[in-house]
Design a protein around this ligand. Sequence first.
Ligand code: ZN
Length: 150
Amino acid sequence: MEFFLEASLKGLSKWLRFFGYKTEICEDKIDKEKILKYKDKTFLITSPNTAKLLQKAGVRYLLLPRESLKAQLTLLIHKLDLTTELRLNLCSICGGELIPVKKEDFKDFIPPRVYQFYDEFNYCPKCKKLYWQGDHIKRLEKRLKNLIKK
Ligand SMILES: [Zn+2]
């Protein structure tokens, strides 16, 4: 399942990417042209007007509450039965696929302490960001727990 999100849903997009779902953000208005181009994806939106357009076009979409990330995430998980395991295989910034790399090859870019303590590193070839699994994951897990708590 791939998602096409309204620009206001960037926060949600990040979480979907953490779960391993491919997302694309629409920076401008979602119009007929865009709907046609991305019709195979699931549209996530907050505008009832856009919902009307999508319904007319017969495209799969979900109308989400505007204000809270928690409400958005809860509804999405519930309606689409998403897995909420943190796969962290996609770049949370650009959505590109991360590739595992040897830390030796990136030694110059890694803080010495990180280099010492961690072995798993992933790299985004698209935006050249390097990720490592450390405290970051624990923080994310905690935040996720709070977000999807009933
Ligand atoms: Zn990236």
